[in-house]
Design a protein around this ligand. Sequence first.
Ligand SMILES: Nc1ncnc2c1ncn2[C@@H]1O[C@H](COP(=O)(O)OP(=O)(O)O)[C@@H](O)[C@H]1O
Ligand SMILES: [Mg+2]
Length: 336
Amino acid sequence: MIAIHNSKTGFHPRWISYCKRKNIPYKLVSCYDNDIINQLKDCDILMWHHNHLNPKDLIFAKQLLFSLDQSGKIVFPNFNDGWHFDDKVGQKYLLEAIDAPLVPSHTFYSKKEAILWANNTSFPKVFKLRGGAGSVNVKLAKTKQDAIHLINKAFGSGFSYYDPKVNFIERWRKYKLGKTNFYDVIKGGLRFFKKPKFSIINGKEIGYIYFQDFIPNNTFDIRVIVIGKKAFALKRMVREGDFKASGSGNMQFAKEEFDERAIEIAFETSRKLKAQCLAYDFVFDENNKPLIVEISFGFAVEAYDTCPGYWDESINWYKGKFNPQEWIVDDLINKI
Ligand SMILES: Nc1ncnc2c1ncn2[C@@H]1O[C@H](COP(=O)(O)OP(=O)(O)O)[C@@H](O)[C@H]1O
Ligand SMILES: [Mg+2]
């Protein structure tokens, strides 16, 4: 039997309707229950598309899932998919350790070493917090002075995961493009006075700094998602006058948009990581070589419904609609 976390968001509704339609035995559980482990005694599988912006999830989702994983239950996401979720610092070491083509990434844990590095490197560089999505915690350090300013903050007052100004500007941009309503802009204004709960729980990002080499002239990034032996992809155009693509809302889907080398790298990396489900963001360097920017087990649901097909591990293309959430269920059942 499959246990599915009872939620109306993320992958859950699709998992539930697939189980219903296929008569796959399942039960709904709340992962927040104190006796959740006991409730799972009669289940082989737990599926929980936890979210880094959900204040409850981010406190303990990894701990619950990996406890079950270690005890021998099948879980989604499992340890290999999920320990590095929303943790670009973790991903740097992981991808370096397996020789994956990660954009050269630099982390420092003392101000002295960070400044020494800044004095001896070239600019621009891309500054990131370890967590965050939709480009909210990513910015360009154009000069050494920008970098020093960021370093002082990282080892001084620290950064918040939620920057009301960045958030407001993004809402305004989306409103002007007709991608959101005015109510959303007002909500962004109110956020100057009341921070979201997830950012209060996360506390300050302090005591480390993370930079990536800036890979110039990318007008898009591509996201390749590998689930088991299948992959599909999405191209995201950068925001106007900006280098950041993720969260822009401007997307392309046609097969011709995707460099097959990126699909191959994604498959190979997933094999090395023994991952069930991982999304890879790529940019392309001056020699047009695909480089990984970050990885994530979770991804938006509806956006990928427009994908016209998918690839197998030999990079054969299968045209037609598909439902990746159903693939996840099938893959987990095959592991029982
Ligand atoms: N090192 C880099 N060089 C050039 N562009 C980058 C680099 N890192 C990220 N980007 C751009 O910024 C966007 C957001 O970065 P990313 O690390 O994927 O953060 P997020 O987790 O918010 O999606 C990417 O979609 C990409 O367009
Ligand atoms: Mg990204």
